[in-house]
Design a protein around this ligand. Structure first.
Ligand SMILES: [Zn+2]
Length: 112
């Protein structure tokens, strides 16, 4: 996916804002950095960190990662409640998780 850093950041910020409004939760900051073990994270201090490598992925997966991470502001663990919330928006969340896993390997092998 040919996407500029700027348009990627804009997209993530817009998605984050949309989701925090939907959930009525507050987010402090959105950070971008290259991460070695995950696509994103959401801290106790309500900071969202997004892996900059995500910019090479299809838009629907970027949407999914942002939604997934912000859902962690409501539920920290990957428990039944967490997946119930995620599935309201992404019925195909299992497929999304699988695709993220596949892309992770593609990126590591620099096939993207
Ligand atoms: Zn998670």
């Amino acid at each position: 996916m040919d996407r500029s850093d700027e348009s990627f950041r804009e997209l993530v910020r817009a998605l984050a804002e949309k989701t925090t409004n939907e959930f009525n939760v507050n987010l402090n900051q959105v950070y971008f950095r290259k991460m070695k073990s995950k696509w994103g994270s959401c801290s106790k201090r309500k900071n969202l960190t997004i892996n900059t490598l995500l910019k090479y992925l299809p838009t629907n997966l970027i949407e999914y990662v942002v939604f997934h991470e912000i859902t962690h502001l409501k539920e920290k663990k990957h428990n039944e409640r967490f997946w119930r919330i995620v599935s309201k928006k992404f019925k195909n969340y299992e497929e999304m998780e699988k695709n993220l896993f596949i892309y992770w390997f593609l990126i590591q092998q620099r096939k993207l």
